[in-house]
Design a protein around this ligand. Structure first.
Ligand SMILES: Nc1ncnc2c1ncn2[C@@H]1O[C@H](COP(=O)(O)OP(=O)(O)OP(=O)(O)O)[C@@H](O)[C@H]1O
Ligand SMILES: [Mg+2]
Length: 439
């Protein structure tokens, strides 16, 4: 009786210790306790899981058995011979699972006739079989597939990362694999940022403003929601258009500026502004558009010409802007062809795609284009309780779930005021061309 009591006390103490360890230092607990158990159980269950998820192939094998009736891979083989050829379900070879920040990853050798797509299709079934939050399949090289398992949704709470110091590069949040979510205008010059109302589009624009404000970059805003979103940031903006007339003028200026920069590059024998010597290189401009649809919506017939002009100018900026240091970041609830033919062409120019929570499958398809269908399913599955979560496609051609850092309007306003002195005036940008051009 006394022994049993001691044993119970020891067990309770161990359980409490483990609980406290997991609670206060989940990282080391996972590495020392959780991961080895998980790795062993994944290896042990792989044959059953692969069979259940349809990832095995039948292969002919010679099989020696002492009891002929016992070989039962495809039913009981009732032959008298001891050495026989039978069909065996072969599973893909699996390496040892390795621990990651939010779970584990494992490399597999694909079987003949399999593609990484087969594993991506089975991802949800695999996740349920292993009881993990999600499985993502990728292929580092032909014949290999890496399965990345996340135990819990890492995007429920994202902590801030240090700001990037590189020009035109902003860390705006975290990807589901724990890596930073970076918007790098030098790699991907134009971006579409779509999502239903309250999905986190403006929050992402705030994160961009906070990241770009300390950099030697001019910021320009288009806000046809009456300027309510961007006016508070005007100290750091070099220009802001809040009405249709202002939009037309500002876009005209931007196109004119682009033509001037073209001339400058031609004279200097450069293909883009980055090949110009730093002394005469014009400042890069990031153009932020909130609610893109407002630029295209027509209240009455008189606006038709203005809208046509806007559409053409915006498209020209998108087509030629990259070489001349003008970058676009367009936010909108819908970015569909119903807004006019100009939008489809603009969409084609924007290779960076961000799709927040959407209400209808068309918006996801319009934003993410012909990306992996699993990306579209993921976009539609973003819950309303996690604003800021988005599907991101860009830099490396892959898609990721990601969540932006929470950046309040106050933080963005504070950054805009703090770095107001870095905002060149619009006159300065448009008229002050280096001597070599005016000469
Ligand atoms: N990354 C985030 N983390 C936490 N909360 C967020 C995040 N992004 C947005 N939110 C919350 O969601 C709310 C709505 O976000 P936001 O204003 O960016 O949406 P929106 O898509 O711009 O909506 P609308 O189309 O109405 O302008 C914000 O007030 C904020 O509280
Ligand atoms: Mg908004």
């Amino acid at each position: 009786m006394r022994d049993a009591l001691v044993l119970l006390t020891v067990l309770a103490a161990v359980a409490a210790g483990l609980w406290a360890w997991r609670r206060w230092h989940p990282g080391s607990f996972w590495l020392v306790v959780g991961y080895p158990i998980t790795a062993l159980s994944v290896l042990a269950s792989w044959r059953r899981v692969a069979l259940g998820c349809g990832l095995t192939k039948k292969r002919q094998r010679f099989w020696f058995t002492t009891v002929p009736g016992m070989v039962a891979s495809t039913g009981v083989v009732r032959v008298k011979r001891r050495f026989q050829r039978i069909a065996v379900d072969t599973k893909p070879f699996m390496w040892l699972p390795l621990p990651t920040r939010h779970g584990w990853r494992v490399t597999l050798h694909t079987l003949e006739g399999q593609t990484p797509g087969d594993y991506a299709d089975a991802a949800e079934r695999l996740a349920h079989s292993w009881g993990v939050h999600a499985i993502r399949a990728s292929s580092p090289r032909p014949g290999r597939v890496v399965l990345m398992a996340t135990m819990h949704d890492p995007l429920v709470k994202v902590d801030h990362l240090p700001a990037s110091t590189d020009l035109l590069k902003v860390i705006v949040g975290r990807l589901e694999n724990g890596k930073p979510w970076t918007i790098d205008f030098q790699t991907v010059p134009h971006w579409l940022n779509a999502g239903a109302t309250q999905s986190g589009k403006s929050n992402l624009a705030n994160a961009l403003i906070v990241g770009l404000a300390p950099q030697p970059v001019a910021l320009v805003g288009f806000d046809l929601k009456g300027g309510v979103e961007f006016t508070p940031y005007s100290p750091r903006l070099s220009a802001l258009a809040t009405s249709r007339a202002e939009t037309v003028t500002l876009l005209d200026d931007l196109v004119g500026l682009m033509v001037d920069r073209m001339g400058l590059c031609r004279q200097a024998g450069a293909r883009n502004i980055w090949q110009l010597p730093p002394g005469i290189r014009p400042i890069p401009i990031v153009v932020l558009v909130d609610e893109l649809a407002e630029l295209y919506l027509m209240a009455d017939k008189r606006e038709k010409d203005e809208i046509a002009k806007t559409s053409t100018a915006l498209l020209r900026v998108a087509q030629l802007g990259r070489a001349f240091g003008i970058y676009l970041f367009c936010c909108g609830q819908r970015i569909g062809s119903d807004l006019g033919p100009g939008v489809t062409a603009l969409r084609a120019q924007c290779s960076g795609r961000i799709c927040h929570r959407v209400n209808d499958p068309e918006t996801a398809t319009m934003t993410l284009g012909d990306l992996d269908p699993a990306a579209l399913v993921s976009a539609r599955a973003i819950p309303a309780e996690t604003p800021g979560v988005a599907i991101v496609a860009g830099q490396d051609g892959q898609w990721y779930r990601a969540r932006s850092f929470y950046v309040t309007e106050q933080t963005a306003e504070h950054a805009a005021r703090t770095y107001a002195h870095l905002a060149p005036s619009w006159d300065e940008i448009t008229t002050h061309l280096p001597e070599s051009v005016n000469a």
